[in-house]
Design a protein around this ligand. Structure first.
Ligand code: AHG
Length: 343
């Protein structure tokens, strides 16, 4: 069978009524921008793109040169096509409106231009994560408040992982699909249609260095995993942690597993509500994972049901294989004396 390119796939999805022409164009533009980011990432030291930019982002984190470059590539690529009303980026405090010199569209694009950027300088996989919302009909000049829609309102979400291969994963709410970049032809080609995450797993991803700060239900749950076949779970578990959410989630989409970034006492002591950003990381990944048959919660509730209150809001994240996410969510809800969250 002939390989299916991303463009062909988008045409099929339009014919099936899953997306409209404007959303199809938006996804093409984002995919093209990600190819350019991939080229910059691949150049490494030869492109002069490694190291810090010497600036801090809105979160007060030191920006890498590639954070800044990737953000600019996505902004520039999306400015003129007429498919967007505004963009919001993890790297920018406020949304960026579309300039008056260009036509405006009906979509809002949110992105984390380069997730896992602490891994750039050591040549470990990094990625781009994006989410698409509809701009409310009556709004011509969108502001931050118009982006504050729950994850269930997402029209599309995706990520690109810049690893040994450059891989794009997409959902529009009709399954999760994977495309691999054919570098010789220069186009993304469908490599897995309707990806499914196995409901059970023996592999978990978590930053164990935070263990002493975790809440009791998290201590209990991970303690049981570590006890392996001698503990209540009766089987051994293995651990994998890349430290780039995109790469960790991609492993889960490939062979199952779970990824956790819980709320802990250290985060709370700094006035935080979680490590990962709801709008740029948790929501798009939750949409992708649910569409692949997995589960995504904050430990207490379904991620996609969280009503955002701020553009850069952070939340705890528990996602991946159903059985494990349901159990860890149950432990949190039980400790709170609440009904189980999730879905
Ligand atoms: P950033 O995009 O700022 O580099 O954040 C990366 C995120 C996520 O990709 C990863 O899972 C997590 O931060 C790792 O954080 P810690 O190393 O602090 O655990």
């Amino acid at each position: 069978m002939n390989p299916v390119s991303l463009i062909q796939f988008l045409i099929e999805e339009r014919r099936a009524g899953h997306i409209n022409a404007e959303l199809s164009l938006l996804l093409e533009v984002v995919a093209r921008a990600c190819k350019r980011i991939g080229v910059a990432v691949n150049k490494g030291a030869l492109g002069g793109v490694l190291g810090n930019a010497g600036t801090d982002n809105v979160q007060g984190e030191a920006q890498k040169k590639l954070d800044v470059i990737s953000n600019e590539i996505l902004l520039e690529a999306n400015a003129w096509g007429g498919h967007l009303a505004a963009c919001a980026s993890e790297e920018m405090e406020d949304p960026q409106p579309i300039h008056d010199m260009y036509p405006k569209g009906h979509h809002l694009l949110l992105f984390d231009p380069l997730d896992g950027s602490s891994n750039i300088d050591v040549n470990v996989s990094v990625g781009t994560i994006f989410s698409v919302l509809r701009c409310p009909d009556e709004v011509t000049e969108p502001t931050a408040e118009h982006f504050l829609q729950p994850g269930t309102a997402q029209l599309a979400a995706g990520y690109v992982v810049y690893g040994p291969a450059t891989v794009l994963v997409l959902t529009f709410g009709h399954g999760t699909h994977e495309f691999t970049l054919d570098r010789e032809v220069g186009s993304f080609v469908l490599s897995r249609r309707a990806v499914l995450i196995p409901p059970t797993t023996a592999e978990f991803a978590i930053n164990m260095s935070n263990q002493r700060h975790w809440e009791a239900p998290m201590q209990r749950y991970v303690g049981e995993l570590l006890a392996g076949k001698d503990g209540p779970r009766g089987r051994d578990f293995n651990m994998r942690w890349v430290g780039s959410m995109v790469a960790d989630v991609h492993r889960i989409l490939t062979r199952g597993g779970v990824f956790y970034y819980p709320l802990d006492a250290k985060i709370r002591a700094n006035g935080g509500t979680g490590k990962l950003r709801l709008m740029y990381e948790a929501n798009p990944m939750a949409f992708i994972v649910e569409q692949a048959g997995g589960m995504a919660t904050t430990g207490r509730a379904r991620v996609l049901d969280v009503q955002p209150t701020a553009l850069h809001q952070r939340v705890p994240v528990f996602l991946g294989s159903q059985e494990e996410v349901a159990l860890v969510t149950h432990y949190h809800c039980e400790a709170d004396g609440a009904q189980d969250g999730g879905r």
